[in-house]
Design a protein around this ligand. Structure first.
Ligand code: NAD
Length: 525
């Protein structure tokens, strides 16, 4: 465990200390796990209507505390208020409402078919809770990326131990508070533990029944390696390097406005932010002019009512500036801003000087594909623009990445856009818009390649937080089944004839006649 038993939280705008939190010892984490296991034993048998009622209550509490929640998210992250409302709170409400209305349908037993050799049986699938789910969250959307997995896990009948990011503990506390005074819930159903990565490690060590992690690829790998020792199932929601593809027939002004939003929303600190811009040659110059113009209009670092705030942490700034500087050193051209002046964050300067970690949105072109800015996640307000000539070429270049989270395709030709969407190696794709697909509660969300494992949101999300049990019921009262001992030669012959006719390349008549002897034998018992 860490030497210090507390950590501090700072206001990203002023650098002021805004919170001091105790870091739990390993024995406290184990105690939390024990209490969560006990709570899960009660909650697993809760009715679907009771769970829906809980989601409704949380939804109403969010609305009753809306202003306070927005202010807390902004204070914790430095983000502007519309971003907190639209991208943190609103998608959470959508998911809450969707599961409140649909969880019973999604989780109810599902009838399945039974093959002929099991005639007289009934088959179905049941979903039951996994037990205790560890939820470990990042700082960039601290409300949505915590509350959504929490309520999904609880709606599926699990107990949760939640570790928010050490950068956004205040939002974590507010989420825990939403559940705190609901006395009808078993105590320990949702517990929060605060602290740095070591606490997350300790949480996994305590042996939860599932881990739901959102964060970087590097941490995702560590979590999966640790989970492997106990074979704990993991769902990993990791980083992205999302391509944004603009075809020559795209609605250009709209695509350019979408590009500026996709690149710079939340100061680029967005896993599904657009990070590589591929524009067809014929329209590239016009597109660049438009995005430059629209970027100049942005209200950057003008407080919570502006468009773009500072970065949440000064450390984040270095990674972004280093990528931009490498690109510039290797011949990249800056389209915007006219005077790029950002300097690296110096770890030796005082906290007051380090905050706010402001950075201007940057648009670049003339880029080599092997630059870090095109290969690694940037997680900052940077728009690198590349050009392409053919559709096949752009698909191949967009797929040339170890990441595959979201993507965005722009064209008036819907058939072509759909073909590109199908061929892109990403878990999700948005046509003629950007980012919005993540907020659709009906759709599953998650990555391919190193962007992650598993899906949440939609029916898939609720089922992922459940164990699937398949059940068969044999209605027969006969003393013996055909395949039980003692084996008989005539059963062998009838079964063989059935398999040859039914699964072989035979006519329908042969299939039916080949099945009859076996059917008769079944009926005789
Ligand atoms: P991070 O990986 O540094 O930290 C995420 C969480 O993991 C934090 O709570 C941290 O304390 C914890 N942690 C760190 N080391 C740990 C360990 N060894 N064991 C257990 N827990 C540990 O990520 P971050 O900087 O908070 O978030 C930014 C990253 O998250 C970006 O890469 C971004 O793309 C990704 N992200 C992905 C999604 C998605 O849905 N796919 C959404 C948002 C952010």
């Amino acid at each position: 465990m860490t030497a210090k038993n507390y950590f501090l939280n700072y206001n990203p705008v002023t650098g002021e200390e805004i919170g001091k939190y105790s870091i739990p010892s390993q024995s406290e984490i184990i105690k939390a796990k024990k209490s969560a296991t006990e709570a899960s034993q009660f909650w697993k048998d809760s009715s679907f209507s009771k769970r829906s009622e809980l989601l409704k209550e949380i939804r109403k509490k969010i609305i009753a505390n809306l202003t306070e929640l927005i202010e807390t998210i902004c204070l914790d992250t430095g983000k502007v208020q519309l971003e907190a409302l639209m991208a943190d709170i609103y998608p959470s409400l959508e998911i809450l409402y969707y599961y409140e209305k649909n969880l019973a349908d999604i989780l109810q037993p599902e009838k399945r078919k039974t093959p002929l050799t099991a005639l007289g049986n009934k088959s179905w699938v049941e979903y039951y809770p996994r037990g205790v789910v560890a939820i470990i969250s990042p700082w960039n959307y601290p409300f949505q990326l915590s509350l959504v997995p929490i309520i999904t896990a609880i709606a599926a009948g699990n107990a949760v131990i939640y570790k928010p990011s050490e950068e956004t503990p205040l939002t974590g506390e507010k989420i825990a508070d939403l559940f705190a005074d609901i006395t009808r819930l078993p105590s320990g159903l949702l517990q929060i533990i605060q602290g740095p990565g070591e606490v997350g490690k300790g949480l996994i060590e305590s042996g939860p029944d599932m881990i739901f992690f959102t964060g970087s690829v590097a941490t995702g790998k560590k979590i999966m390696a640790q989970a492997a020792k106990k074979l704990i199932p993991v769902e990993l929601e990791l980083g992205g390097k999302d391509p944004f593809i603009v075809l020559k027939d795209a609605p250009l002004a709209r695509a350019a406005t979408g590009a500026v939003y996709g690149a710079f929303a939340n100061t680029g600190q967005l896993c599904v932010g657009a990070e590589r811009f591929y524009v067809q040659e014929e329209i590239a110059e016009e597109f660049k002019e438009l995005v430059k113009e629209k970027t100049k209009e942005l209200r950057v670092n003008q407080g919570p009512k502006g468009d773009i705030g500072p970065l949440t942490t000064p450390q984040q700034k270095n990674k972004i500036i280093e990528q931009v500087e490498e690109a510039l050193a290797k011949g990249a051209n800056i389209i915007e801003p006219d005077n790029f002046t950002s300097s690296l964050h110096d770890n030796n300067i005082s906290r007051e000087e380090a905050y706010p970690a402001e950075i201007q949105p940057v648009i670049l072109d003339n880029l080599e594909e092997d630059l870090k800015i095109l290969q690694e996640e940037t997680f900052g307000p940077v728009m690198p623009i590349l050009t392409f000539s053919s559709v096949d070429e752009v698909i191949q270049r967009a797929n040339n990445s170890h990441l595959g989270l979201n993507s965005s395709v722009w064209s008036k030709d819907r058939q072509l856009a759909r073909r590109i969407a199908r061929e892109l190696e990403t878990g999700n794709c948005m046509i003629n818009d950007v980012i919005k697909n993540v907020g659709n509660p009906y759709l599953p969300f998650g990555g391919v390649k190193m962007s992650g494992i598993g899906r949440y949101h939609g029916p898939e999300g609720l089922k992922n937080f459940s164990n699937t049990k398949s059940i068969m019921l044999n209605k027969s009262q006969a003393e013996k089944e055909l395949n039980w001992f003692p084996f008989k030669e005539e059963v062998y012959q009838d079964l063989k004839t059935y398999l040859e006719n039914y699964y072989g390349d035979r006519s329908l008549l042969e299939k039916i006649s080949g099945t009859i002897p076996l059917l008769l034998r079944f009926l005789k018992g």
